[in-house]
Ligand binder design. Sequence first.
Ligand SMILES: [Zn+2]
Ligand SMILES: [Zn+2]
Length: 329
Amino acid sequence: MWCWRVERPGPLATGPLRWTRADVPAPGDAEVLVRVLACGVCRTDLHVAEGDLPVHRPGVVPGHEVVGEVVEPAGAFRAGDRVGIAWLRYTCGECRYCRRGDENLCRWSRYTGWDEDGGYAEYATCPADYAYRLPDGYSDAELAPLLCAGIIGYRALKLAEVPPEGRLGIYGFGASAHIAAQVAIAQGVAVHVVTRSAAAQALALELGATSAGTVSERQPEPLDSAILFAPAGDLVPAALEALDRGGTLSIAGIYLTDVPPLAYERHLFYERRLRSVTANTRTDGRELMEFAGRHRLSIATTPYPLDAGSRALADLAEGRVTGAAVLTP
Ligand SMILES: [Zn+2]
Ligand SMILES: [Zn+2]
C-alpha cells in the first residue's frame, strides 16, 4: 500500500514526511483491518510531523480521524461495516482513572498516528473496542472531522456544563468549534461566537449562532458557560469576565499560550469556574456519533488526494484551509 511516514520530524519546510510503499498492516488480536475511505488532517498531526510531540514510534504513519471499511473483522464489527478510528486506541482499564470512568486521564493510554500507525495510508488497523460505529446520512469525508475535532469539541461542551436553554460563549471558530456550536444550538442553547475572522463570523450566524463578533465587542448577554477553542491564553480573562455568576469556562485546546494574571474579584469570584479538557473517553465519542445520527450536522471540508498529505498539512499550518482538510485515497 501507499502511505505517508514521519521520517525526520522537524519543520515542515525540511520535508519531515515521506510518501512511500509499505506492507498492508497485519491486525493484532481483537483488531480490525480497514481500507481507509477518508482521513482528516488535524493540528496534532502537524505537532507529530514537526517533532513538537516526542517520537513514540519512529517512522509513524500519522492521522487519527480515519473513516474506513472493515476488511478483516473483529469484535462487534463485520466485513463491509463503515467504522471510525480516533486518537484514543488503548487504555489500561485498571488504574484509578479508568475505574472511575475517566479513561481520558489514563497514564498508559496509547494514540493512533503517534504510538501506532494511523490513517495517512490506504489501510489501517484498530482495536475493535476503540473503533466507532458511524451514523448514516454523511459522506466519508464529512465523518472524518467528527472523530477528533468533533469529539474534543463535544467533550469541551459537556465540561462547560451549559444549563438547559442557557447562554454559551465560543471563543475561536475552527473545525472543532463549528461542530460543538451546532450540538449546543440543537440542544436549545443560545450561542455567542467570538472570532477575528469575518468569514468564520458569517459561518457561525449561518449555522444558527445568536451573535458573532470580536473580543473587543461586549457580549450581548451574560454567559452561563464558555469554551475557549483558540490557543490564546490572553482570551481567558475576557472569557471569565463575560461569565455570569456560577458560570464555567472550559479550555478545549492541548496548547495554550500563557494566561495573564487574573484578578480574583473581576475574573473568578461569584463561583466562576475555569477548567481544562484532556482528550476524551469512548463514551464521549459514542455520544457524539449517536447525536450526529439524530441531528444532521453541517460539516465543512476541503478534500485532498491522499498523495497530497504533506501539502494539506502545509496549508493547515499556513491557515489556508477552510473547513477541515480531509485526505481521500
Ligand atoms: Zn488506566
Ligand atoms: Zn486530532
